[in-house]
Ligand binder design. Structure first.
Ligand code: UD1
Length: 423
């Protein structure tokens, strides 16, 4: 198992290219199964979750070619014969559950393992299943598996998501475009990843009304055709590096290849800390203020503050002059990073779904443990402003979602090394 050894504090100065989005790529990869010819996706990041999903696809018989050099992924569904997603793979990554919608939609049957537990609280899939039942699919749970089948043509109906869910919206789209005469998803997620999937499915030949709104209506078509499509830049990686650029008073980062239009209210929120944020096309420049101002936030669905940037924001707030609160309204239990930051010297405590932070506290090196993807990157951000040498253990979480993190940070002045944690 690897760890990072990070020597701080270091200001970050220079340019970081933004990678393709993991969360946008995964639904596109699932959608590729619905076509009757191969689909090619460009700008796919080299990340563990992508490799895992490649293997999930291969298990079915799909041919998957990933040209890592160019980030081009080609998926040919022609020889799919095994309509299952086994536990060994699904437990590694929840998004494998998209196989339920994709296989059911294309082949009328699927057997997909329920995703296992998760490091941050319960993350159920009840809405995915109830929505598919509303559509008219037969679904049973057996020994940890969802076993589903459907008629060739289903009536469809109306299903309202409560709460709104990115994953359920994606799964219901995948299940319905080839099956449901008319199916409406209310309170659908409007996250950019959902919009990109809708556009991809439309390009393949699907009929979807209301793209980009919270009411999506699907009318079935007989076949979909494979397409060539560009994956989106990663908006969470973008937000993470924007925060990195604001945390040390001498930092100034330029991010290239980003899509600022997908950041919702985030740039404006970051400006409230005193940071300079300049947007020019696909380039974002962030210059840290001399003194960071405390800014409280609440996570919301898009275009509100993303839950996937909550931990990074709290980490930055430990360096702001004054008190702030960070509330997660999407996931109530996503604060496992807090005790680790406290080990580094942060003054923060969790009450229900809010973390109260008192700044500014100088951070000092310690050994800390990654607990999930976004928590891990927050520990890296903290370590880069902490005095001394910090070990961030169990960084396999980071490898799921941040491409070339240590190279990108080293190039802009971070002092970060990957070592074998057990050596
Ligand atoms: C996706 C993202 C994840 C992000 C999250 C919220 C991917 C691979 N993951 O996760 O990084 O943090 O959106 O933006 O894209 N819920 C239910 N029942 C369900 C499904 C969801 O109650 O069947 C609840 C969840 O517990 C949560 C809320 O709905 O409180 C939103 O979750 P959801 O949008 O589904 O998250 P994911 O799609 O799993």
């Amino acid at each position: 198992m690897d760890k990072f050894v990070i020597e701080g504090p270091t200001p970050l100065q220079g340019t970081i290219p933004i990678s393709g989005s993991k969360n946008a790529a995964l639904p596109l990869m699932a959608a590729a199964l619905l076509g009757n010819s191969p689909t090619t996706i460009h700008n796919v990041p080299k990340l563990r979750d992508i490799y895992t999903f490649n293997n999930v696809l291969r298990v079915t018989g799909a041919r998957v070619d990933f040209d890592e050099e160019s980030g081009t992924l080609t998926i040919d569904p022609a020889n799919i014969s095994f309509l299952e997603a086994p536990y060994e793979l699904v437990r590694k990554m929840r998004a494998s559950f998209y196989m339920l919608g994709a296989l059911l939609g294309k082949y009328g049957e699927a057997k997909v393992s329920l995703p296992g537990g998760c490091a941050w609280g319960p993350r159920p899939v009840d809405l995915h299943i109830e929505g598919m039942k509303t559509m008219g699919a037969n679904i049973e749970l057996e020994q940890g598996y969802v076993i589903a089948n459907t008629e060739k043509v289903l009536d469809g109906g109306i299903y309202e998501l409560d709460p709104s869910s990115v994953g359920a919206t994606i799964n219901l789209l995948l299940a319905s475009v080839l099956r449901a005469s008319e199916f409406t998803i209310k309170n659908a997620a409007k996250e950019p990843d959902v919009v990109l999937l809708c556009k991809a499915l439309s390009n393949m030949g699907a009929e979807i009304d209301g793209i980009g709104t919270d009411t999506l209506t699907v009318r079935r078509v007989d076949t979909l055709t494979g397409i060539e499509i560009d994956n989106a830049p990663d908006r969470i990686e973008t937000g993470t590096f924007m925060i990195a650029g604001a945390m040390h008073p001498k930092s100034e980062l330029t991010l290239t290849g980003a899509d600022p239009s997908e950041l919702g209210a985030f740039p404006e929120t970051l400006r409230k800390t005193g940071a300079e944020v300049e947007i020019n096309g696909s380039t974002i420049r962030v210059k840290a203020p001399d003194t960071l101002k405390p800014v409280s936030i609440k996570t919301r669905t898009y275009p509100g503050f993303p839950t996937d940037l909550q931990a990074q924001w709290s980490t930055m707030m430990t360096q702001a002059e004054g008190d702030s609160k960070v509330t997660d309204t999407i996931y109530y239990d996503r604060f496992s990073y807090v005790p680790e930051l406290v080990r580094l010297g942060a003054d923060m405590n969790v009450e229900k779904n809010t973390v109260h932070i008192s700044g500014k506290t100088p951070l000092k090196s310690a050994s800390v443990m990654s607990t999930d993807l976004r928590a891990s990157v927050s520990l890296v951000l903290a370590a880069m402003v902490a005095e001394g040498s910090t070990d961030v253990l169990r960084i396999y979480h980071l490898d799921r979602g941040y491409e070339d993190l240590e190279e990108k940070l080293s190039r802009v002045g971070g002092n970060i090394k990957r070592l074998d944690q057990d050596a």
